[in-house]
Design a protein around this ligand. Structure first.
Ligand SMILES: NC(=O)c1ccc[n+]([C@@H]2O[C@H](COP(=O)([O-])OP(=O)(O)OC[C@H]3O[C@@H](n4cnc5c(N)ncnc54)[C@H](O)[C@@H]3O)[C@@H](O)[C@H]2O)c1
Length: 263
């Protein structure tokens, strides 16, 4: 898909990766961008810069996602590309309270279900459409120091696979964006614990604008997995070639990260 001339919704677009996607899609000639976020002030500032429309939506609430799809289709036009991008990092470990696990499940997994539930039937009716779901390399390789983050991102990858294999013949294309560390509020040390950030950034911290460039390429090639950090493909190969060896290696990595953090 070439984003030129397309109507695009991006959730979690008040900052970070979503904001960078909005700016890059605008410069690539997108027709109209809907900037959705919990943070309406932030979304409005981005929308103003890209000449788009800001909408407040809590993606963990189905009614908000439904309203976002309906308002866009009614007031802007048929959605060509829905970028389900908002995500959070909570519930780092087994002791984290159930309500933290539920919140991250709602935001990192159910939000993709809600988006697909409300937009896919419309896209199928008109012959096709595109979903870009921001997952993470953590959805393929797990997350040191981030129990629920790794779990929910795996679930998001599983959902994306299911949507793609179920609807491909009806014109629904799906890409899953699976980066390692990107320089945003999430990796600033406040959202995710320092060990988690250190592990995710072992191969370096990518700038959001660099990531947006690889999204443009991945969408153009209609690749299912968009891997801005090329190493992730190698790590996946190693994981599937010898799962036990991979677990041992990840445990050593875990121990070295936590030894560094306490030292
Ligand atoms: N930054 C990274 O290193 C990295 C790596 C891999 C994947 N990701 C994923 O990329 C996506 C974007 O993350 P980011 O790094 O830009 O984070 P960020 O914290 O900079 O931005 C996330 C945005 O989502 C919004 N948001 C949070 N909860 C929401 C909700 N319930 N409803 C609507 N909006 C909500 C926030 O207000 C914020 O504007 C997330 O899914 C994240 O898991 C990030």
């Amino acid at each position: 898909m070439d984003v030129e001339g397309k109507i695009i919704v991006i959730t979690g677009a008040a900052g970070g990766i979503g904001e960078a996607l909005a700016e890059r899609f605008k410069s690539a000639g997108a027709k109209h961008l809907v900037i959705a976020d919990l943070n309406l002030d932030g979304a409005s500032a981005v929308a103003e810069r890209v000449g788009g429309t800001a909408m407040r939506a809590d993606v963990g609430q189905e009614s908000d996602v439904k309203a976002l799809v309906e308002a866009t289709e009614r007031d802007v036009g048929a959605i060509d590309l829905f970028c389900s991008n908002a995500g959070i990092a909570t519930a780092d470990n087994l002791a984290a309270p159930n309500d933290e696990w539920q919140l991250i499940w709602d935001v990192n997994v159910m939000a993709h279900v809600y988006a697909a539930r409300h937009v896919v039937p419309l896209m199928v009716k008109r012959g096709g459409g595109y979903l870009l779901n921001t997952c993470s390399a953590a959805g393929l390789l797990n997350q040191i120091g981030g129990a629920a983050y790794g779990v929910t991102k795996h679930a998001a990858v599983g959902l994306g696979e299911w949507i793609a294999m179920t609807y491909a013949h009806q014109g629904i294309r799906v890409s899953l964006l699976c980066p390692q560390a990107v320089r945003t509020a999430m990796t600033s040390g406040e959202a995710m614990d320092n060990a988690g950030v250190a592990a995710a950034a072992a191969d370096g911290m990518m700038e959001p604008a660099t990531l947006a460039e690889s999204v443009i390429e991945g969408l153009r090639d209609e690749r299912f997995l968009i891997l801005p950090h090329a190493e992730v493909a190698t790590y996946m190969t190693r994981k599937s070639a010898d799962y036990d060896r991979w677990i041992r290696g990840m445990n050593r990595f875990h121990q070295s990260i936590y030894a560094d953090q306490s030292g």
